[in-house]
Design a protein around this ligand. Structure first.
Ligand code: ATP
Ligand code: MG
Length: 527
């Protein structure tokens, strides 16, 4: 998958999640406002209507009783009764609508209502909905209606009897039926009132629940969003950057000429492609490097014997000429000998470095006296030191510092370090060499006051064939193999080598060696 697509998808997931939580909040808030609007107004209307209904029932009762009290004419009393009957009827219709017809809801309110019930139905199936009261209210109102119809007919009948002067029939109807029916109706209306009250309470409780839940939903949605965002961001960044450390390690390895690169985690995006290309490149480099080494070894081997012959022939020529040699001939002989020696040294270096490649240094441990070792190196290098009129100052913590190491190889190390110090110093400067014992280690310091190494090149000086810019500017001869050989030998001894340098001021190499093979093998001191 392309990096672009991955990023797009992760943003999309985040936005989707926030969208879902927002939507959830909207559902809650809509539900709350709908409840408030519809239920409250319905309840208030019903409760007002029912008290009016009770009042008109009492009016009706009074008008009916008035019929039997002597006084005004029956027509007047009858008309009064009919108006109260009409008023009762009218009020009843209003009450019914208020109680039973649901408050009209907009389509989105109905949609959200259904969604809300669907979502919360799962969590809270046992909850009694305020709508449960609706059924009871409906049955009660049906009973009110049927009894009302009876009262209506019976009252009309009573009125007719009275008009026809059938007082006894009218009284009978009143006592046997209407009184009881009125009582019943009063009872039913009271029940209805009670039910409406209960439904009102249930609805307010419901609203309080929703309001409280909305608060929790807001908090939960916020927390959930934060947690989800953190998780998504973490996963995305981790997944995207996973191959990068491996790639960085690989680059570092190649920088120090280690071409054995295998990047395990290759993602299926551009970074993965880069890793693959990098692996391929290092494979090619390795092949080239191997080819170069082989060529070089072959070449140097081939060079060894002709150089030996040149040396021998020069020697023979020198003896043959003897004292007869002219000044010019002597100068030429010296040039041939010097260059021959340089070439031979170079070849030895190349062959050594090839045999030390990838840590294959075989050590021949034996007791060594390090002060003597340094002195011998200095004697060996004295022509070079004198040639530059350099003052070498030595310092030893003890007259004899003994230990165990491969003497020839450590000699090679010290020789390389001292010859570098001489090579990269001006004429007439000083070099300080110190050897001290710091149990269980032996520490060598070789400090010159030469040209120094440019800071950004310091990390690379131990690499094979690396020569810093300073070597090139003062055009000192060399192959760049000396410090590589040094580092390989030191590593094989379980020691370490550090360098501190400042351009124009000088360089200090510090070589730290474990005193014996056993200490080297334990390796604890390194920590
Ligand atoms: P070779 O040792 O093969 O003759 P070289 O001396 O150039 O060649 P190294 O000994 O490996 O190579 O050193 C690597 C580089 O480190 C040098 O080319 C030089 O740039 C830098 N260097 C090493 N020692 C010093 C020093 N004492 N002062 C300044 N630069 C140094
Ligand atoms: Mg060198």
């Amino acid at each position: 998958m392309k990096l672009k697509t991955k990023l797009f998808l992760s943003y999309f997931v985040l936005i989707l999640l926030s969208g879902i939580s927002l939507f959830w909040l909207i559902i809650e808030i809509r539900q709350l406002t709908t409840s408030l609007r519809t239920h409250v107004s319905q309840d208030v209307r019903s409760i007002i209507a029912i008290s009016r209904q009770l009042q008109s029932l009492e009016d009706l009762n009074a008008a009916y009783i008035l019929l039997f009290i002597p006084g005004k004419s029956i027509d007047q009393k009858g008309a009064k009764l009919e108006t109260t009957l009409d008023r009762f009827e009218k009020n009843w219709r209003q009450l019914k609508t208020a109680m039973l017809t649901p408050f009209p809801k907009a389509w989105y309110d109905r949609f959200f209502d259904r969604l809300y019930r669907f979502v919360y139905g799962w969590f809270d199936p046992l909850r009694v909905s305020p709508d449960e009261y609706g059924k009871e209210i409906r049955t009660l109102s049906e009973r009110v209606e049927s009894i009302w119809r009876e009262i209506d007919t019976n009252m009309a009948k009573s009125l007719r009897y009275l008009r026809e002067n059938r007082q006894a029939d009218a009284r009978y109807l009143r006592d046997a039926r209407i009184k009881r029916e009125l009582q019943k109706l009063r009872q039913l209306l009271a029940d209805l009132n009670r039910q409406l009250g209960r439904r009102g309470i249930a609805k307010s409780t419901e609203m309080a629940r929703i309001a409280q839940k909305s608060q929790w939903v807001i908090i939960a949605a916020a927390v959930l969003m934060v947690v989800l965002s953190i998780i998504v961001a973490f996963i995305v960044s981790k997944r995207l950057t996973r191959p990068i450390p491996a790639l960085k390690d690989a680059v570092n390895k190649v920088a120090i000429q280690n071409f054995d690169i295998h990047i395990k985690e290759k993602s299926n995006d551009e970074i993965g492609e880069l890793a693959q290309a990098f692996e391929q490149m290092s494979r090619r480099l390795k092949e080239t490097e191997a080819y170069k080494s082989a060529m070089l070894s072959q070449f140097t081997h081939e060079m060894k014997s002709p150089l030996g012959s040149v040396k021998q022939a020069t020697h023979l020529l020198e003896t043959a000429l003897g004292e007869n040699a002219s000044q010019e001939q002597k100068r030429f002989l010296a040039i041939i000998k010097g260059n021959n020696e340089n070439l031979q040294k170079m070849i030895t270096n190349i062959l050594h470095s090839a045999s030390y490649e990838s840590g294959r240094v075989k050590l021949n441990y034996k007791p060594v006296e390090f002060v003597r070792l340094v002195k011998e190196v200095l004697i060996y290098l004295s022509p070079m030191i004198k040639g530059k009129n350099i003052d070498v100052r030595m310092q030893f913590s003890k007259e004899k510092i003994t230990g165990e190491a491969d003497e020839d190889k450590i000699k090679e190390v010290v020789q390389n370090l001292v010859s570098n110090a001489v090579k990269f110093s001006d004429k007439g400067t000083t070099i300080d060499i110190s050897v001290r014992e710091k149990f269980p280690l032996i520490i060598f310091d070789i400090r010159d006051r030469g040209i120094g190494i440019p800071a950004k090149e310091i990390p690379y000086v131990f690499e094979r064939m690396y020569r810093a810019a300073n070597a090139k500017t003062i055009s000192v001869k060399g192959t760049g193999l000396g410090l590589y050989i040094v580092s390989q030998i030191v590593r094989a001894h379980g020691g370490k080598i550090d360098v501190q340098s400042r351009e124009g001021q000088g360089t200090r190499f510090r070589l730290t060696l474990p005193r014996s093979k056993r200490i080297a093998e334990e390796g604890e001191w390194l920590q």
